[in-house]
Design a binder for this molecule. Structure first.
Ligand code: ATP
Ligand code: MG
Length: 258
């Protein structure tokens, strides 16, 4: 059965896109059929992961769906990201976002699209934009599971409460299947006292209510460098500490049956 996972946090720059790209690469490496969905008008996942571009992006498809026209052939909007498939994004998603807010049931459009594709995949991974607007709600409605990358810096804790509240409301009103998979610490420098203190604070605040993954992703300059070569760290540097951490994270997910 296909698992749809949203990588979400309204805080910007916490490694949502990096995590989506590396999870996608590693799951596809393990033989799973993976679809990546770039649901961020910034299009970072599209830019860094696409190896074969499709003619249409996710905003084109959403517009077609809102007009209630038939979906084009899959090859028109599903491209390649190495061994995984990808539905790309572009700035025009920001325009569609405005339209979705006014549309009846506009929160369900992505779910409607993914429901038609689930039979072909083991995992659908959705990368979201840093906001809690209608795009993020669409991705939460479409998902079974939310993974929350958190960079242990100041204000990380404050934003988390808003995110948990949004997830809880979405679950109650719009998608009763939605669960929180857990928090994945990213860009961790475990030598700094600040990071250790913030991680301890978050653990105390969550008090066991939300899983914090044992695996965490260390900060590594190779991760940002890999982006310049249009690939994820896991593809480019097999021995890098962040690659090894993402591998252990994917294993950990599977140990929970995710
Ligand atoms: N483990 C890491 N070590 C060092 N740099 C990292 C690491 N993970 C991500 N980065 C870098 O941090 C920056 C932000 O990462 P990324 O784009 O994945 O975050 P994001 O949450 O998707 O951002 P946005 O909210 O803008 O979509 C990028 O330049 C990325 O290369
Ligand atoms: Mg991003």
């Amino acid at each position: 059965m296909c698992k749809t996972i949203v990588i979400t946090n309204q805080k910007g720059g916490v490694a949502k896109t990096t995590t989506t790209a590396n999870m996608g690469y590693l799951l596809a490496q393990n033989g799973f059929r993976v679809l990546l969905v770039d649901f961020d008008p910034q299009g970072n996942l599209t830019a860094t992961s696409t190896t074969q571009k499709a003619a249409l992006s996710v905003s084109d498809i959403l517009q077609i769906m809102v007009k209630e026209e038939p979906l084009p052939e899959l090859s028109q909007f599903i491209g390649k990201a190495g061994n995984a498939d990808i539905i790309g994004s572009s700035l025009s998603l920001a325009v569609v976002e405005k339209g979705l807010s006014a549309e009846t049931g506009g929160e369900y459009v992505l779910q409607e699209l993914l429901d038609t594709l689930k039979k072909s995949y083991d995992y659908i991974l959705i990368d979201t934009n840093p906001s809690l607007g209608v795009l993020s709600i669409n991705s939460l409605v479409a998902a079974d599971l939310a993974i929350i990358p958190v960079c242990p810096e100041y204000y990380a804790v404050v934003g988390l409460n808003d995110l948990f509240r949004t997830i809880a409301i979405t679950k109650r009103r719009l998608n009763k299947n939605l669960e929180i998979g857990g928090i994945l610490y990213t860009m961790v420098d475990s030598r700094t006292k600040l990071h250790r203190e913030i991680m301890a604070d978050i653990q105390k605040q969550l008090n066991g209510h939300v899983r914090i993954f044992d695996s965490y992703i260390p900060r590594s300059i190779d991760v940002s460098n890999a982006v310049r070569y249009g690939s994820g760290i896991s593809e480019l540097h097999k021995e890098n500490k962040a690659t090894i951490a993402y591998q252990s994270f994917v294993k950990e997910l599977q140990s929970y049956g995710i």
